[in-house]
Structure formats: C-alpha cells, structure tokens
Design a protein. Structure first.
Length: 115
C-alpha cells in the first residue's frame, strides 16, 4: 500500500511523519510538498511539488493529476498530521475522485495504527 503525506511548512510534525515512514511497511511513499521540502529517510520516496497558494478546487485537480497512475491498489494510506485543512480537503477529494479508498494512519507508541 502507498503512503501519501503532506509536508507542511511547519516542521513540528516531522518526527511523526518520519516515524510513520520508517516504521510502516509501504510499497511506495509519496510526499506532497509545497516548497521542495523532503523528509530525511532511507526509504525510497517520491516528492511531488504542489502549489498550495491556489484555491482548493484547483489544488484538488493538481493533486489528482499528479497522483494519476501512481497508486497501484484500491486504497492508500494517508497522514494528515501535517498540512492545512484546505490541503487535507484537496488531497482527500483528489483521491476519492481518482477513485481510490483512503485509510488514515498515525504512528503511536504501539507502532503504525489505522484510525
């Protein structure tokens, strides 16, 4: 299963995102980034640039077009620990319009947990 995360401008969520990346069994990791940021990780990942300054509908369409063909299964894991509400709505809407199902995941003291 793919993991898709939004890398926010704020860095306080980097430990959560890094733990999620490192401790999950992911087939593919996609990082949606507004400013070419990456998360230092030894696991292979793909950083996709998105323009978060545009209205939510255009952001949704941009995310959808950039994720087209990258998700191999019927569902994907996503983390919304980082990012804004607008970015989260655009991501979830883009995935549902592909169409692909979503599972919310988080890293806890018990490891990677589906919510």
């Amino acid at each position: 299963m793919e993991l898709i995360i939004i890398l926010s401008e704020k860095e306080e969520n980097l430990p959560q995102l890094n733990s999620l990346i490192q401790n999950g069994d992911w087939d593919n990791i996609i990082i949606l980034s507004a400013n070419n940021k990456t998360i230092p990780t030894s696991k292979p990942n793909e950083v996709i640039q998105i323009n978060t300054n545009q209205p939510v509908l255009q952001l949704r369409d941009e995310i959808k077009s950039k994720l087209q063909g990258k998700i191999k299964g019927l569902e994907t894991a996503i983390s919304i620990a980082s990012g804004t509400g607008k970015e989260h709505m655009a991501l979830i809407s883009a995935l549902l319009n592909l169409p692909v199902g979503v599972k919310f995941v988080v890293y806890t003291s018990k490891g990677v947990v589906e919510l």
